[in-house]
Design a protein around this ligand. Sequence first.
Ligand code: ATP
Length: 239
Amino acid sequence: MALLELDGVTAGYTAVDALNGISLRVEDGEIVTLLGANGAGKTTTLRTISGLMKPRSGSIRFMGQEIAGASANAIVRLGLSHVPEGRRIFPGLTVRENILLGSSNRGRVPRAELDRDLEAAFGIFPDILKFADSPGWTLSGGQQQMVAVARGLMARPKLLMLDEPSLGLAPIIVQQVFRTIADIRARGTTVLLVEQNAHMALSIADRGYVLETGRLIVEGPPATLLDNEEVRAAYLGGR
Ligand code: ATP
């Protein structure tokens, strides 16, 4: 049984469907990447999985349970955490407070347990530890992205969905973010990664899907996608 399985999912904002029958799966322990141009429907796919949007039809199963149409709160409690595009950290809260917000769906958690999880998060992102008591606005873009991912991990997800974590970051920071994603998987969390940076995403992914105007056009391991003429021309700079 796949950890996450979508079957014929359609969703949209207007009369026109933004997602047109999406079927994909993520196995336990994988990093799967969802690639595609601007407006292809990548963000909509994640929003539909995490319950921020209701699908119009189709099935979404997480750990064998149907979650299509369930509330975002119920879905995060099942162990599916979504780090949206654009980081969205609270500038007036400290880094520690921002990260702790990610545990708010776990109900009452003993302080000692939260402290352990916080320590684990800072262990994954040692560069932000020294800013633990600084307000969010003092961080660079890359550091804010790390806080956003750390916040997502505080939900103790089985599946972490990341929406364009490399967006707007300097190349050296992008490399660091991707290394961290590989590290998160090595620690046991499955990852669904939406990216425009296809080369970097495929360098850490086990499998990928390419989305084009609401439809999946190719699926496979990185080598298959890197070999596909259509994919190369459209998403890999024709190289
Ligand atoms: P990007 O990389 O730009 O975020 P994407 O692949 O994530 O692109 P989506 O944001 O999912 O694409 O958009 C899919 C389609 O839905 C596009 O045609 C977009 O214009 C449309 N769309 C997205 N958000 C809205 C909205 N709030 N209202 C109406 N249409 C929307």
